[in-house]
Design a protein around this ligand. Structure first.
Ligand code: ADP
Ligand code: MG
Length: 565
């Protein structure tokens, strides 16, 4: 007897659902994309309990007539393509005809469009009935995974799902400033954009005034591409790449090479393990893009990739240069990798020098191929400053050697040890702030605020909810002295959803040292001497906390050799 049989449509839909509707945010994404494809200018998203109990997406788009309403829930039914050639010029977000049948195979969906109403309960269709409604479509999804308990168990807490949902709606709002988005969870308004087409306004709504005021708009074009967007000045940065938002013909995408190009440009002005905050819109002829690569449509294939990467690099490079004008950066140029022979080791300086800090080839297994220059007992003979080189290196000497200190790395080490030391004390003297610090919209990003607040209070940082979405800090512990508490606490907030155990002395001190980075800053010889003196007193003066060397030492006798004496 034959073992193979054609799967019935319900089962096929459930399998397809595995790819597109893993969790509430996946459903919301598909529904909003349908509203966008129907040319809606207003989209309201309503959820209960993080979408676990109810998801509603209401739009003012074109809607569907009675026939289409039923067809829409059949597998592979779409109004967006009809011919093989259409696949190579897709301008709509959807085209696979899978979302509605998939969603309705694992939940109960109630759809109202252009005066008609239909319910599909785990693939079982009701009769279509007349229903008074406004222009557009409302889709309501409830009892999600009610008949697929394995899936249900996969879902996380309502708070977690809500954070994911909000992130998704924010992303789409950034991609579509001309659509007014409203997002309400459990009767709480979490996002409300005007739809006036002003990207900066949406950016303000999502990231708050502090970031929006420090943001820069950009735009440029080449023969095949137009790019535009907004970024936050690079002295603000994040711990991960989630705030790099890429849109290609308004579709939110992931594209490694584009992100890398952006990161590379921004890291000329920020620490090498940090990430920029940027929204980048790319427009191109639809023929250059293949979106039919993955069911979630996040991955795309692109022709003329090099042309686009060059355009992005050039535009961002120029824009950053202009906005950072006050802190002119020089790019060191080494034609080929250079070996400092007098150190007698292969200490390579990369050709692509990031900012002004020569980057050392780092070996994965053995982080730094760099022998520690010894500080001999003669260290007690003072090392005296000679001067500063290019605002970033300190030249110094003692009786027998020349020293070149990397100013940034040295300051990082000093700050790291100082903060580590202070954090070991269990009492944290609080300094009242004249103006409390407000962290707009950041409460919403935290999965479990209470636990996070408790953890930080162990280190003297007292965060409180200020509204249903903002945070406030009224005083800061003394160890934050000399750091910018606003920037520092924002950096900490980036880590709010990580395992709280990882937020410890070591981590707090590492974050602190990011802030000692100053590019091209001139100091008096007295100040430079103080940096050297402080570094020497460190427990581990040879490397910055990220493993880069803090100084190199050149023996006078090696110099003699170099000059063939
Ligand atoms: P796809 O978007 O890939 O075409 P879907 O299953 O998401 O597939 O939707 C099927 C069809 O239902 C769409 O092609 C569209 O014609 C119609 N549709 C879905 N949602 C809406 C909406 N909000 N407004 C108007 N039409 C819609
Ligand atoms: Mg769709």
């Amino acid at each position: 007897m034959s073992k193979i049989s054609q799967l019935d449509p319900h089962l096929t839909n459930m399998i397809a659902a595995g790819e597109v509707v893993e969790r509430p945010s996946g459903i919301i994404k598909e529904l909003i994309e349908n509203s966008i494809d129907a040319n809606a200018t207003q989209i309201e998203i309503v959820t209960k309990n993080g979408g676990l109990d109810l998801i509603g997406v209401i739009d003012n788009g074109e809607g569907m007539d009675k026939e289409d309403l039923k067809l829409a829930f059949n597998r592979h039914s779409t109004s967006k393509i009809s011919h093989p050639d259409d696949l190579s010029r897709i301008r709509t977000l959807g085209f696979r005809g899978e979302a509605l049948p998939s969603i309705s195979s694992v939940s109960k969906v109630n759809a109202i469009s252009n005066q008609h109403e239909l319910t599909v309960d785990n693939s079982v269709f009701s009769e279509i009935v007349a229903s008074p409604s406004n222009q557009g479509t409302s889709i309501w999804v409830s009892e999600l995974f009610y008949k697929t308990p394995a899936r249900l168990r996969h879902l996380k807490s309502p708070q977690y799902e809500n954070v994911r949902n909000l992130g998704l709606v924010q992303d789409l709002a950034l991609g579509y400033p001309s659509i007014a988005f409203k997002f309400v969870n459990d009767e709480q308004m979490l996002l409300n954009t005007s739809g006036k087409g002003d990207l900066k306004e949406v950016f303000y709504q999502i990231y708050g005034a502090q970031y929006a005021n420090q943001s820069v708009l950009f735009s440029d074009e080449s023969y095949d591409f137009k790019i535009s967007g907004i970024y936050v000045l690079p002295h603000h940065h994040r711990a991960n790449r989630y705030q790099i938002k890429l849109f290609l013909n308004n579709r939110l995408i992931r594209y490694h090479q584009i992100s890398q190009t952006l990161i590379r440009e921004f890291r000329r002005y920020m620490p090498s393990d940090r990430f920029p905050m940027i929204v980048l819109n790319i427009e191109s002829d639809a023929q250059l893009v293949d979106v039919n690569v993955h069911p979630n449509k996040l991955e795309v294939r692109l022709s003329k990739e090099q042309e686009l990467l060059l355009l992005i690099e050039k535009t961002i490079h120029q824009s950053l240069k202009t906005s950072m004008r006050s802190k002119t950066m020089t790019r060191s140029v080494f034609d080929k990798p250079m070996t400092i022979s007098f150190l007698d080791q292969d200490y390579q300086l990369e050709k692509e020098v990031v900012g002004i800090t020569p980057k050392i080839e780092v070996n994965e297994v053995n982080p730094i191929r760099f022998q520690e220059p010894e500080i001999e007992p003669s260290f007690y003979q003072p090392i005296r400053v000679i001067g500063q080189h290019h605002g970033s290196y300190i030249l110094a000497q003692d009786e027998s050697s020349l020293y070149i200190f990397d100013q940034h790395a040295s300051m990082e080490r000093i700050r790291f040890e100082k903060v580590s030391q202070q954090l070991k004390e269990s009492e944290f003297n609080q300094q009242q702030l004249l103006l409390p610090l407000i962290f707009e919209n950041r409460l919403k990003e935290i999965d479990d605020p209470q636990q996070f607040f408790e953890r930080l209070s162990e280190f003297g940082i007292i965060l409180e909810a200020f509204s249903d979405k903002d945070l406030i800090v009224r005083s800061v512990p003394q160890w934050l002295d000399k750091l910018d508490p606003f920037i520092y606490i924002n950096l900490l907030l980036d880590e709010a959803n990580q395992d709280l155990v990882s937020i410890n002395h070591q981590r707090l001190a590492t974050i602190a040292c990011h802030q000692s980075i100053r590019f091209n800053e001139s100091y008096s010889n007295l100040q430079l001497q103080k940096i050297i003196d402080d570094l020497i007193l460190c427990e581990q003066p040879y490397h910055c906390p990220h493993g880069r060397p803090t100084f190199i030492k050149v023996d006078a006798k090696d110099l003699l050799k170099e000059f063939s004496r």
